[in-house]
Design a protein around this ligand. Structure first.
Ligand code: F1P
Length: 362
């Protein structure tokens, strides 16, 4: 059924723009339900955190694992659920105490449900799940489930569910490590992003209308790399365009061959690696590639090299800013899809969850 032009992507657009409000609601719900206090006992003992998800939720797992290591200074890893199902010996080592955290907006993705069943029932390992839905198979299997219900979406493509589950896991890390500076910074993100999201939305819509690109690259280091990976996935899901993600300095080692006038290179610049990453911005600009740069603070060189610059100036700790870097990536994918005439609320070939008839470890 044809969708009227003004209605195309209405759900996805509203879900992207509602993120600051949604984050506030999620923080409030978690506080009212004492979610973190109730978890405290189980999180006291030393363990290796194993963040597990599929698709966008796998990139949440990667962002949560890097945040966990930076905030708590204890080890954490991220894996796609399929790796645990197909190569368990590569993942679970003898003598290591694991704390698996299963991430799934729907709680129905077969690989995540089967991973929970395998961990709980075959390996007798207690699991924590986080989801945006109320009742689902994952919640029936995991020992404890955090529900981030205000973040659920109508759309297939994950946007506010991604940022809300990530912020919740980051807050859990800060709580576990008693890092009040990080907790405070995370709780300031709704107001900080609220102040810029409407102007950013208008600027990106205009940028996409004015320019044409053949393909897309996202570059980032450290805790921002999972956000770059999610950015390429948003472009792919919402606009069916070809997008890739690399570590920024890795781009020089071969992939740089594709840099040219038709490839939009998006840089998610960190604070910790800024000087080295900015040199890549300069180099890529000199090759004639259009650049989109997202930074917390940009110097004169970066301003000169950026065709589109997002400068946050958020005075919060670096790892508390991750959710903000997502917004321009989501909006870029959205407006590219609109420009190509796609029905973004129902993207080609995709469904809200991947339900498989059969997979190994049945
Ligand atoms: C995971 C997922 C999404 C993807 C699509 C299919 O869902 O792979 O990341 O965008 O919607 O499902 P979930 O396990 O987080 O519900």
């Amino acid at each position: 059924m044809a969708v009227s032009p003004s209605k195309v992507g209405a759900n996805t657009r509203e879900e992207i723009l509602s993120q600051p409000y949604c984050w506030r609601e999620c923080f409030k719900a978690n506080d009212e339900n004492d979610v973190f206090e109730r978890l405290d006992d189980e999180f006291k003992q030393e363990a290796e955190y194993l963040f597990i998800g599929c698709g966008s939720s796998y990139y949440i797992a990667q962002a949560a694992a890097t945040s966990w290591e930076l905030i708590t200074r204890t080890s954490a890893r991220a894996i796609p659920a399929s790796e645990l199902l197909l190569f368990p010996d590569l993942i679970l080592k003898k003598g290591v105490v694991y704390r698996p955290v299963l991430i799934s907006r729907s709680g129905h993705s077969s690989e995540v449900v089967r991973a929970a069943r395998y961990l709980e029932r075959e390996r007798k390992i207690s699991t924590l799940a986080i989801s945006c839905s109320k009742n689902h198979p994952l919640g029936e299997i995991a020992k404890t489930t955090i529900r981030v219900l205000p973040a659920d979406e109508e759309s297939v493509v994950m946007t506010r569910s991604f940022s809300s589950m990530l912020l919740t896991l980051q807050l859990l890390a800060a709580q576990t490590a008693n890092r009040k500076d990080i907790s405070k910074g995370l709780r300031r993100m709704p107001d900080l992003v609220q102040a810029i999201i409407q102007s950013l939305n208008a600027r990106l819509e205009e940028f996409v209308q004015a320019r044409a690109f053949a393909d897309y690259v996202f570059l980032a280091q450290g805790p921002l790399f999972p956000i770059a990976s999610e950015g390429q996935l948003k472009i792919t899901e919402m606009s069916c365009s070809y997008a890739q993600a690399f570590h920024t300095l890795e781009f020089r080692h071969g992939p740089k061959a594709i840099a040219g006038p038709d490839t939009l290179i998006s840089f998610l610049l960190s604070e910790s690696g800024y000087d080295a990453e900015r040199e890549v911005v300069e180099e890529i600009k000199s090759l004639g590639a259009p650049t989109l740069v997202i930074a917390n603070k940009a110097d004169a060189v970066t301003r000169k090299c950026a065709d589109f610059l997002v400068e946050f100036e958020f005075d919060v700790p670096e790892c508390a800013r991750l959710a903000g870097y997502l917004i321009p990536c989501q909006l870029l994918g959205f407006y590219l899809g609109i420009k190509k005439g796609y029905d973004i609320d129902n993207p080609r070939n995709l469904s809200r969850a991947v339900i498989l008839d059969s997979i190994a470890t049945e």
